[in-house]
Design a protein around this ligand. Sequence first.
Ligand code: NAD
Length: 498
Amino acid sequence: MDRSDICEVLHFIDGERVPSADGATLDNFEPATGESLGTIAAGGAVEVDRATAAATRALPGWSDQSAEYRGAWLEKLADAIEQRLDDFAWAESVDNGKPIGAARTIDIPRAAANLRFFAGAARFQHQDAHRSRMAGEDLWNVTICKPVGVSGCISPWNLPLYLFTWKIAPALAAGCTVVAKPSEVTPVTADLLAQVAQEVGFPAGVLNIVHGLGPAAGAAIVGHPGIPAITFTGGTATGAAIASQAAPLFKKTLLELGGKNPTVVFADADLDAAVEGATAAAFSNQGQICLCGSRILVERSILQSFTSRLVEKAQEMTIGDPLDDSTQLGSLVSASHREKVEACLQLAREEGGEILCGGQRVAPDGRCSEGYFLSPAVVTGLGPATRTNQEEIFGPVATVIPFDDEAEAIEIANGVRYGLAASIWTRDVDRALRVSEKIEAGTVWVNCWMKRDLRTVFGGVKESGLGREGGSDSLKFFQEPTNICIRFDSKGPGSSDE
Ligand code: NAD
């Protein structure tokens, strides 16, 4: 596979890869070099209308099938992704700027795993039945779950295929057909998935992909009367815009939004593990993961030793060509995003913070000299209420904040408008549980970070989101339950008036 294979990203509508009706395109760039990668079809209301019509036509034929039938199709997509693992990993790395090692071992395997997981989860989904006796009548309540219909799936750029499949897999497994929009910043692997779907003969119209800008293609999905459910992962401000567009239309909405997650390090922690974990949490994927621990809260007695080791670790990270297997930190996703992160660092300085390391533009030798690289930054000296410690930066920037006791750690951890995730480092099991229960977040990791079992619930509180994904929660979002209450004339066994 080479650049010519990814130079034209097209919509996938009714089983065909097609350009926009008016031929409109957007430019796509490789962040590690700044060079053009080609064009992206720029969709809007017309393409979303066509995709929705195709998904509506395909819905009865897909939703009436068994979970086994649908699961087999998802497994075929997963097989095809795995067979082309190197192509997908290369394309993800080129399109996003992330290290190819991460794409090969995390992003793409997880995309295949998402499809396989929900293929299986739908097969094993149970439905509730409750038997009741009322005034001598024998009543059986059977709750059936029906696919909600055509579902809109909108995903961000940081984990492109990983999060795209995290949304479409449960939708398809639950019996819905899909109109999906990947980020316009990283559309390439979704287009490769469309090609793979064509190759395996995936039923036409079941999965449709419309590319384009959020306010055009995305808003057209959210506003379309033929799409009753919207699942979105992205920024909090976009989530608010989607919620206000969808609410008067009474659409089901699931929102996975931003974070400002605390890593809380107590003095009794295994320091080697905590430094390792805090570094990974702060800088993985160039700090561009919603779950990144961007505020590192450290018990004052170990502040000096912990911070100097953190700085050492950050400085040791290998920044370079994302296509080089030894690279640990690739490029930020775009020129404008790097500028945004640099503006946050400037604000940190203005607020009185000290940048202990990093925050510098880096120009790796060779083909990446014009890429959007930034060295990982550790910032100290800022109070918890500063904007730097309140606002999501979404780049390789972590702040260190001291605390004196457990109560203060919890207060600082919770003192932001977000509540997505936290990690706690301590050897004291009682404390781990006490603090975990008090932290306002959808996920708390203890002595680890970003370990995900796909069966577990995932999501945010406060401004980090609305609703939950993961396991049966994902499937349920794409279903509407109907309770059927049946009265039987015969009195069954165990009845009190037998
Ligand atoms: P973004 O909100 O800018 O874009 C996300 C998607 O929404 C893109 O596909 C975009 O085109 C689309 N979009 C933009 N405006 C829209 C509109 N008005 N209507 C419909 N769709 C619209 O987010 P991003 O910059 O791509 O991603 C980074 C953000 O995502 C960060 O805030 C990060 O924390 C968050 N994120 C959250 C999670 C989570 O699980 N909670 C996971 C990954 C990323």
